[in-house]
Structures are given as C-alpha cells and as structure tokens.
Design a protein. Sequence first.
Length: 332
Amino acid sequence: MSKEIVVSGIRSTGFLHLGNYFGAMKNYVQMQDEYNCYFFVADYHALTTHPDPKELKGNVYRVVAENLACGLDPEKVALYAQSDLPEIPELYLMLNMMAYKGELEKVPTFKDKVRQQPENVNAGLLTYPVLMSADIIIHKAVKVPVGKDQEQHIEMARNFVNRFNNRYGELFPEPYAFNFSNELVKVPSLDGNGKMSKSENVNATLYLADEDDVIRKKIKKAKTDSGPTEPNSEMPEYIKNIFLLMKLVSPQEVYDTYTNAYNDCTIRYGDMKKQLAEDMVNFIAPIREKAKDLQNNEDQLKKIMKEGAEKARASASKTIAEARKLMGINYY
Ligand code: AMP
C-alpha cells in the first residue's frame, strides 16, 4: 500500500519555540517513517509580515537547521523552501478564483494581523489561507501536522478542495489537521496570556535557541500566586499552563508529585518552577547545540534544501499538470 501523504510548513519569521516543537516538529519526526512527508519553510508566508530581505535568508537557514536538530532526516522527508516550488503560486492563483472576500475577512488570524499591523493590511495577509491550501494540496496531502491555531485554515483548505473538485472534477483529497496525541496541542505562554509565539510575548516564550540561563530566568518569572487554599480546587489558567509545560518536558512521576502537592495544598511554586526550569534546560539544550552546529555548515543546509526541492517539485509538477488539464488550460 502506498504511504499517506503529509505536508506541513513553518514560517521563517523568527526563532522557533516550544509551541512550534510540540504543535509541529515533534509530529514531523514521528511521521517521517510511516508517511510520505513534505515539510517546508514558508518563506512566502513570511513576506506577509516580515518583508526585510536582509533577514530572510538567515531566518530560512535557521528554520531548516532547527528542524534538522529536532530529528528530521532529509533522506526520509522532502525538506524545502516554499519559494523553490513555482507550482505553489500557480495553484494559489487558481484557488484565489474560488476564495471569497467575505470568508477570508472572517478568519481570526487575519483579524489578529489587522490589529497587529494596521499600517500593512496587504492582500497576502487576506489570502494567507489560500496560499496555505495550495501548499498542502499541491502534494495531495491528507494529513497536516499543525497546532490548534491552524485548525480553521485546514477547514478552509477542505472547502477549496471541494469547490475545485465540484467545479472541475475530482482531483484533490480533503486534508485534515493531525497530532499524535488525541488533541491538537496549544503551548501557552508563560505569562498566562495566549500562546507562545515567534514575535509576541518574547519574554514569555521559550525558544529552541534560548541559552540555559535565559530559560531559567523566563520560567522563574512565570506568573503564579500564593497557592491553593482548598484541597482539589480548580486551577487558574496560568497555573494550568505551568502544569501543561511540565507535562510536556518532565518525567511523569515529577508531574504527578506536583499535581498531588497542588491537590493537598502543599505545593511550593518556587520549587516547581526550579524543577521545570531544569527539565526544560535538559530538553532544549541538545536541540540548540545541534542547530548551532548545523548553522555553521551552510553548504550542507543548501544541499539538503536543493535535494528537498527536487523531490517536492516532482510531486508538485504532476499535480499542477492535472489541475491545468481539468481547468482546460492545456492548449498544446
Ligand atoms: P508558525 O510559527 O505560525 O509558522 O507555526 C508553525 C507551526 O507551529 C504550526 O503548525 C503551528 O500550528 C505550530 N504552533 C505555533 N505556535 C504554537 C503554539 N503556541 N502551540 C502549539 N502549536 C503552535
């Protein structure tokens, strides 16, 4: 039986963080043996918010290096830059004829961006979910390992797939968001406000490039209170978040010990944060060091990206030829 096809991308807009790791990369690594995987650096998507040419190349290399450091094997997956596949913007243009202004304006991530950069509400931001759909269906992917924040975009991709198939004939399968755990993951920020992110909440986000003392400092500052006064009481959101982070990186028995201490009101958040900080350092440090080594070897990164692009283009060019034919764009 042929392997199921998987696509996912990460924008080259800044340093990768724990949210990217648990929402995306951890799944990538787990999927690389069983699935036919295409993973890319979303450099075109980055232009919607980060158009600075001086930063782009370094950011792209770093994202590739950080993905490899997390355990991606370029022999097993196609790892490439989005802009190396001209078939993606071609399909994006085709899909734009099936995407409506009203539905795009309603997307929460678009509304967020309008709020964040009111001086630059470009059409690329509005049509972000269309480009993302093209990224996915160009390889006819069925599974998309992403975090919870992307669920609605994947639903839109299914809408575009159905519109295309109904209008022109069956070509694309419906893609679905995927995570190895039962639920899609959302890694919260350390200040109790929203999720970890590449550009917001910098002091409340743990980056895979953070040095040990930075990790310790950020966790020390995480929001807590004086502790529960009633046994088995409901946790406030910011305390839940600290437990969630502990669940992600600490051994189960450590997590259980602190959960019990919370429930019988003996918990000391200072101790808990110290423990979490050490477990986090042990988790992040090896990834950071490996990514640094890889970034010092640009030739190797370039070779991996070129080979990845070749593999990905072989699949993308087949899909675009089929789409053109169904649409009647095949004159010669
Ligand atoms: P982005 O950083 O927006 O390019 O997202 C890259 C991938 O990381 C996507 O699959 C997101 O769903 C995932 N991701 C980003 N932030 C988080 C977060 N705080 N928690 C879980 N997943 C996330």
